[in-house]
Write a protein that binds this ligand. Structure first.
Ligand SMILES: O=C(CO)COP(=O)(O)O
Length: 258
């Protein structure tokens, strides 16, 4: 199996103004060393208003921390008040963008068609989508998590080519584990992440499935990261609360250390 470099991405959600953003990225950079960057790709996903400041800091100090946005418009330009286009994000050198986060699906009624349009918008502008999928508690209780997540995956990847899909990042985030402190067991994470990879092999090819990084997200912290990341099909983490404190995020990034 090709060795996939783990990706540890911090979703700041609606936290930190642009001054706080600079302080947090500086603190994070100070806490990391070359070995950390060899073991994992480190990415932060701040609010839109912080991106220019983060870009300037990363460029100026030549930091090895990557960054991206939390959302993208499905449209490229025009009369769409409040929206941010892929072209704007590309101009800020964003490498990644979250698409279909459960909070967007829930609070902004994002459906499969919109998530699919946003995935394609990201590719149009050379930005790698981090596609979020995950089931709610009722679905989990009914044992339907795999079917639910694969339906979300199928919907999001409509008309996405193999060449594009090879670069996607998929984040499995069970909604019941987000911000609740209730982390999925390593076995829960592995079950769904493996099913995602198998579906990518069906939809595209074993090579595509082998290249794609599948992350787990939902109450990941320094102490539970090693167990989750030890699973074969888990290639990293999408971290919420724990990424807002640099020292805790560093612990997650060092998941492999004993
Ligand atoms: O939604 C998440 C990351 O996108 C997970 O958030 P928490 O780590 O706070 O549970």
């Amino acid at each position: 199996m090709a060795k996939r470099l783990p990706l540890i991405a911090g979703n700041w959600k609606m936290n930190n103004n642009h001054l706080e953003a600079i302080a947090l990225v500086q603190k994070l950079a100070f806490g990391l060393n070359d070995k950390d960057y060899d073991n994992a790709e480190v990415v932060v996903l701040p609010p839109f208003t912080d991106l220019r400041s983060v870009q300037t800091l990363v460029d100026g100090d030549k930091l090895k921390i990557g960054y991206g946005a939390q959302d993208i418009s499905a449209q490229d330009k025009g009369a769409y008040t409040g929206e941010i286009s892929g072209a704007m994000l590309a101009k800020l050198d964003c490498s990644y963008v979250l698409v279909g986060h459960s909070e967007r699906r829930e609070y902004h009624n994002e459906d499969e068609a919109l998530v699919n349009a946003k995935v394609k918008a990201a590719y149009r502008h050379g930005i790698v989508p981090i596609l979020c999928v995950g089931e709610g508690l009722e679905v989990r209780k009914a044992g339907q998590q795999v079917e639910h997540v694969l339906a979300q995956l199928d919907g999001a990847l409509k008309e996405v080519t193999a060449e594009q899909a090879e670069r996607i990042v998929v984040a499995y985030e069970p909604v019941w584990a987000i911000g609740t402190g209730e982390v999925a067991t390593p076995g829960d994470a592995q079950e769904v992440c493996a099913a995602i990879r198998a579906r990518l092999a069906e939809l595209y090819s074993p090579e595509v499935a082998d290249a794609v990084r599948v992350l787990y997200g939902g109450s990941v912290k320094g102490d539970n990261a090693p167990g989750i990341m030890a699973e074969d099909d888990v290639d990293g983490a999408l971290v919420g609360g724990a990424c807002l404190k640099a020292d805790e995020f560093v612990k997650v990034i060092r998941f492999g250390e004993k």
